[in-house]
Design a protein around this ligand. Structure first.
Ligand code: PCA
Length: 327
């Protein structure tokens, strides 16, 4: 039997119609790699974000979280989102500072040392990095800081000289530089590997938040926590722009609303974490130390030196950022 042109068209339209109906009734699932374990407050916040998105899109869009670097290793996550292997992902923002120093503003020692300053810094940093991420086909959804970073050691640290020669865990290039400048010997270690790195003697000290210290059961391998409140580095959740554009306008709006709520909630969770996790360190026998003036003066001197270098590296974009921050 031969199809007439009209009959063929109708048959075709019908098949397409059925198909698009079928497609629209299937939910989209987005795989989302994240670097930190499930109980980390950042991950808890992202799990809530995924629930909010699913609810607001009436189940149209599901976000499946792959935590603790299980889908992509932490240093690969930004590349995976950029290349479209995954539509969405979370990573430690300053890991991108090798591409442009402005990504590392929040890891500069003593530039922003409390939540108020960290918020101001994010407001100044966000427009600059949004432009840079757009060039890589990515868009920021939300960013949340870790609690202020403190010093974990196996002995009291009263001055910068006391850090000399200590094997030091680092999590990015800036911390590695800081460790080198204070005379320590840095090694990169991801959060899930911290307990083993201490147990095997690869490292003897670290700078991180009360969250990561308590979650890693730092009392098993260090004795002192010196509360130097050196910086509040952030995680960021980014989306691949092409993947985002494929969603309906209503689903796009739902994601942006859930992201704004996640950013607000995440900052509040971070503030809560600071006191709660410091208390857990203390309860488990860690000696919580208020830093000596000598130690702080020495560390701040190193911070000032690093900021000068950062300004050179960050060029015109860094100047725009700092101007907005100091305003
Ligand atoms: N925890 C993460 C990043 C900063 C923090 O507080 C870590 O230690 O790698």
């Amino acid at each position: 039997m031969k199809f007439s042109g009209r009959k063929f068209f109708l048959t075709f339209a019908c098949v397409v119609g059925i198909c698009s109906l079928a497609i629209s009734s299937f939910a989209t699932t987005w795989d989302m790699p994240t670097p930190y374990p499930d109980k980390t407050f950042h991950t808890v916040n992202i799990i809530q974000f995924a629930k909010d998105v699913e609810k607001a899109t009436n189940g149209d869009l599901k976000i499946k979280i792959h935590s603790a670097g299980s889908l992509f290793k932490h240093p690969e996550i930004s590349k995976a989102v950029r290349g479209g292997q995954v539509p969405i992902g979370e990573f430690f923002l300053s890991l991108l500072s090798n591409e442009n120093a402005v990504f590392g503003a929040d890891s500069q020692p003593f530039l922003a040392t409390n939540y108020k300053e960290a918020k101001k810094l994010w407001d100044a940093q966000k427009p600059v990095i949004t432009k840079l991420l757009a060039k890589q086909n990515m868009m920021p959804l939300f960013s949340v800081p870790w609690p202020p970073q403190g010093l974990y050691t196996k002995k009291p640290i009263n001055s910068v000289a006391d850090l000399k020669g200590i094997k030091f865990r680092a999590y990015n290039a800036t911390l590695e530089k800081f460790a080198n400048l204070v005379g320590a010997a840095p090694t990169q270690v991801e959060v899930p590997d911290i307990p083993q790195a201490f147990a095997t003697g690869r490292v003897d000290a670290m700078i991180t938040s009360p969250s990561t210290g308590a979650n890693s059961k730092a009392w098993d391998f260090i004795t002192h926590y010196t509360d130097i409140q050196a910086w509040l580095p952030k995680n960021i959740v980014v989306v691949n722009k092409r993947a985002f554009r494929k969603l309906s306008k209503a689903d796009q709006a739902a994601i942006l609303t859930a992201a704004a709520a996640a950013e607000k909630r995440g900052w509040e969770m971070s503030i809560q974490e600071t006191a709660a996790k410091t208390a857990i360190l203390k309860k488990n026998g860690v000696i919580i130390v208020t830093p000596s003036k000598e130690l702080m003066d020495g560390l701040k001197k190193v911070g000032a030196e690093m900021l000068m270098e950062w300004k050179k590296d960050a060029g015109a974009e860094g100047a725009v950022l700092l101007k907005a921050y100091y305003n």
